[in-house]
Write a protein that binds this ligand. Structure first.
Ligand code: BGC
Length: 455
């Protein structure tokens, strides 16, 4: 790289895929009731418009990994930016149910691709001492995207500018970050680890130099990368993933499933409905509740970005699980045994604490760690599978949450007690199956993993 890129630029643009992830999953909470009315849809069809993105994401996440091991992280970031542009444009201009679902699936492909590519890309670029914080930028962008989506929902609601319906503007606003991601993709450097794997050592060195800003550190890192890559007797095949990298795949799938099964998206996608159905809130007030949650989520993630490299990852995960389990159990108890007509405010406060617990721990760390724990030869495909597990978990929670709520006669205590149980179960899982990665270089993590697998 002849012109040195500013590191902030690299990491912020590198993480932009996260913002679109957040935006495209968050926007639909406000847009879907409007689309439902405009297209005269039934509840099942509206639900499908919401979940079609998740279906696309599962596929996108699965497909992208093998491709990114083959063609590089950067080229595929560009492909996903193009998919984001197409999907955003087509969904904003869709003229009926089917075109909308197709556009949302296309968007999902992009979201899934970005969710698998970005964590690996950021982890591969970041110096090890700051890898936790820099990789947390992905989640910061996700939460920023969600907040932006809520704000865009509020801002465009009932404003049919230039003769176009409000929801079309809500969906079209994703075009701006998509275009930025495309520009970023064109300007960003390729991952140094991917370059080294191909034998482009000089190019890899130039990228490391731009990030490390110190010749000695860059050379040292390059040596480590090439040494470990040359020791890899394996080829990046699926067999390797399930033999040498088996502990990593178990950890990744488990982390990702738990990240969803603690129920975060019941809050992110459906909180207004919870307050409308559970506590009889009027619709316009309920939208403000979600903006509040969006702010707590984003602000707590800023704290995570600052502190991520100070504490062991496993300690942070367990801390988050305890905060979530306790707040959800208390919430459930209040709603089950207390007077529901007085439970709205305590429920709101407890949900705030729960979101904080998630946002400083499992939110960022799930994505940080899938970028870290796989050996280079299978990192793309490994993050793909981990990310797909996340989308499957997300789909399960999103599909069943409202049904579960109805099954408990709209008492939020029911579903939240179930999520609390998952938060508790995540603790022994972390202790037993999750490796500690803080402060270790990706190469050290790989060496420990392979040594462990050979035992
Ligand atoms: C999760 C998303 C969730 C978001 C909330 C992410 O880490 O993967 O499903 O909506 O956090 O901030």
């Amino acid at each position: 790289m002849k012109h040195r890129l500013n590191t902030t630029f690299i990491f912020v643009f590198g993480a932009l895929g996260g913002m679109l992830f957040g935006f495209d999953t968050g926007i639909i909470s406000g847009a879907s009731p409007l689309i439902e009315k405009d297209f005269h849809l039934g509840a099942a069809q509206t639900g499908f418009i919401t979940s079609s993105v998740l279906i696309g994401s599962m596929i996108g996440a699965l497909v992208i990994g093998g491709l990114s091991d083959k063609y590089g992280r950067r080229k595929l970031l560009i492909v996903s930016a193009i998919l984001f542009l197409l999907g955003s444009g087509l969904s904003a201009t869709a003229i009926g149910f089917l075109p909308m679902v197709l556009a949302r699936i296309l968007l999902g492909l992009a979201v899934g691709a970005a969710s698998a590519l970005t964590p690996a890309y950021l982890a591969e670029l970041a110096p090890k001492e700051r890898r936790g914080s820099l990789s947390t930028l992905f989640q910061l962008m996700v939460t920023f995207g969600i907040l932006l989506a809520y704000v865009s929902n509020l801002a465009f609601l009932n404003h049919n500018l230039l003769g176009f319906r409000d929801w079309r503007w809500m969906l079209a606003s994703a075009l701006i970050p998509s275009a930025l991601l495309l520009i970023g993709g064109i300007l960003l450097p390729e991952s140094p680890r991917y370059l080294a794997k191909l034998g482009h050592t000089e190019e890899a060195y130039q990228v490391l130099l731009a990030i490390q800003k110190d010749d000695a550190a860059a050379s040292q890192e390059l040596n480590d990368i090439t040494r470990v890559a040359s020791e890899e007797s394996h080829t990046g095949s699926a067999t390797e993933l399930f033999t040498v990298a088996r502990p990593a795949i178990i950890a990744a799938i488990g982390i990702m499933l738990f990240q969803q099964l603690v129920g975060i998206n019941s809050v992110i996608y459906f909180l207004p409905q919870v307050f409308i159905k559970g506590f009889g809130f009027p619709e316009d007030q309920a939208i403000w509740v979600s903006v509040g949650i969006g702010i707590v989520n984003f602000a707590s993630t800023i704290i995570a970005t600052i502190y991520m490299d100070r504490f062991a990852r496993k300690t942070v995960l367990i801390f988050g699980s305890v905060v979530m389990a306790v707040s959800l159990f208390v919430l459930a108890a209040i709603n089950f045994f207390g007077d529901v007509s007085h439970a709205a405010i305590p429920t709101m406060v407890l949900i705030g604490i729960y979101i904080l617990g998630f946002a400083v721990s499992w939110g960022p760390l799930a994505w940080v760690m899938i970028g870290e724990i796989f050996p280079l030869s299978v990192r793309g495909i490994g993050t793909s599978i981990g990310s797909a597990a996340n989308w499957i978990g997300n789909f399960i929670v999103s599909q069943f949450f409202l049904m579960l709520l109805a099954a408990f006669h709209n008492n939020v205590g029911g579903p939240f007690a179930i999520f609390a149980v998952f938060a508790l179960l995540s603790i022994p899982f972390v202790i037993r199956f999750v490796p500690e990665t803080k402060g270790h270089s990706l190469e050290e993590i790989e060496e420990e993993l392979t040594a462990h697998a050979r035992k």
